[in-house]
Design a protein around this ligand. Sequence first.
Ligand code: IFM
Length: 459
Amino acid sequence: MSAAGFPDDFVWGAAAASYQIEGAADADGKGPSTWDMFCERPGKIYNGQTGAVACDHYHRYPEDVSLMRELGLQAYRLSLSWPRLIPAGIGASNPAGFDFYDRLFDALLEAGITPYVTLFHWDYPLALYHRGGWLNRDSAHWFAEYTERVARAFGDRIKVWMTFNEPQVFIDGGHREGRHAPGDQLRFHEVLRACHHVLLAHGQAVRALRAHVRETRVGYAPVTLTYVPSPGEPADVDALRTCMFQTNSHNLRTNAWWIDPVILGRYPEDGLAYYGGEVPEIASGDLETIAAPLDFLGANIYSADFVRRDRGGKPELAPVPHGFPRSAFDWPITPDALYWGPRLLHERYQLPIVITENGVSCRDQPSLDGTVQDTGRSDFITRYLIELRRAVAEGAPVQGYFHWSILDNFEWAHGYKHRFGLVHVDYATQKRTLKESARHYADIIRTNGASLPDVEHGC
Ligand code: IFM
């Protein structure tokens, strides 16, 4: 442990995802994804925007890697575009797609930046959707085959892998609410079936990675819904734990339903009772497959809900106080999410934790002098990392932190309205500008956290 409070081998990184930055949506043999299709549907994306060009990272990755190097990033978390690699999802590979990632990985390694690769961050081959997508049990095999192919191609250089990013969001948002691709509003038992197939795909992919990559470290990157004490209330750990791991709603953006099978090898009892007859058939051996051992649990944490007890002593969600700080997305800014989240996740799952996403949307624009003064983001980073340091000091084995995002990018249904980047992107010219927060984060990286102020709480 360094004097700064972070382990000496702590990994400081930033993250992005294929569809959100690559662009080149139909270049060099890439197949269409469900997001390419969804973006064409009127009214689905803010101002009719699409990811067709995004940050044009496909062509501009050398400049982007140079910026990462300038920041001193130690690792970069990216996702692969499945339809760029295998245009129809199964069948023939696209050599140009493999070449692109070969060049990108070589550039990163040459810059001393370790790639952390996510297999799936929502970029789903349209051809597979037409075969039934995640509702089809074969989807797990399709995913395992894709995984095997990329493991064989890149496993010599890529040692850290994650299977799914925020499966809760693409299943719930894309298959129940219809607000994300593919835009379906399925019946709830079908949503649970799609979820089960994603979990099976996860387990099969973990096996494929272990079979084809030597000395690999494999993780999973769900969004981890986090709960913190209501401002002014004392910490009530039991109440926080209850809220964090209960499954009692038809909103599938929950933790235990998605993480317990993967790590504990079982669906949570309260969820099984609550969903009753809507739970899909779980074939013998499925849970063993799903619970293939992992090396770390990724946690995507942005904002938390507030918890208190009602008059009867039951934990309940508390309102956000008047005037409480919020991001441009309107998400409450709750630094102690990075304390309670890792602490309770580790307590339940007993795996090392990597913060695979954390960040904030701000209204960033270049000033007349060309600089981007996003002091709100710098302050966000400081406050959240102080809380993460507290979690580490109290024994949570947190191995790394990835800021979301390296670049401003395509924010799904919100198009380009929200800016999350450490680097500002002018979408008309594709000019990149390091924001003030990028330099602030670079100092934190350089000092392994010692440049953070020496206060006990970030709030
Ligand atoms: O941009 C998204 C990312 O794709 C998934 N996690 C949350 C980010 C911000 O909304």
